[in-house]
Ligand binder design. Structure first.
Ligand code: ZN
Length: 161
């Protein structure tokens, strides 16, 4: 099947071209960073293959490729927390996408129950790294927006949400 996307023929075309020409990696995937269109908060990082990107463009709802389940993944199909794409951007060398979304329901994007998958942090320059200790994580979200067990049963998979 011929690709729906333009060829990457030159540096000029790659950096300044006006046709979508994503660079999929050796596995046929392109990384996607998803942020909340209203707040700018980074919600998640995942991958699309060509089919997932086309489905996203056709429907306006976020679709990814699940590497663990090796299948197309309609974000929110299980939980109802669909992501409506407000804007989709591609970076200079076209090997990464940035998707700005409005999230349905409670607004959560993480299967663990938090708004963002990035709900834990480390603080560079603090004690653990200097002391050679294991590096501790601190939670940045204190409450879950939903109960994962209630939504998915006992073993939520990251790509079920
Ligand atoms: Zn998550």
């Amino acid at each position: 099947m011929p690709s729906r996307f333009a060829d990457r023929t030159s540096v000029e075309v790659v950096e300044e071209g006006m046709l979508l020409a994503p660079k999929f990696d050796a596995n046929g995937l392109i990384p996607v960073v998803t942020t909340d269109a209203a707040t700018g908060e980074v919600l998640m990082h995942a991958y699309m293959n060509e089919a997932a990107l086309l489905k996203t463009l056709e429907t306006g709802e976020a679709h990814h490729y699940s590497r663990s389940r090796q299948q197309l993944w309609h974000k929110g199909a299980t939980s109802g927390l669909m992501q409506s794409v407000q804007q989709l951007l591609i970076d200079d060398d076209r090997d990464c996408l940035w998707m700005k979304v409005a999230v349905a329901g409670t607004g959560a994007s993480c299967h663990v129950g938090y708004r963002s998958c990035f709900y834990r942090q480390v603080s560079p320059g603090e004690g653990d790294i200097k002391a050679g200790r294991p590096i501790a994580l601190a939670f940045t979200e204190t409450t879950k927006t939903f109960d994962p067990i209630a939504v998915y049963g006992n073993a939520p998979n990251p790509t079920q949400l």
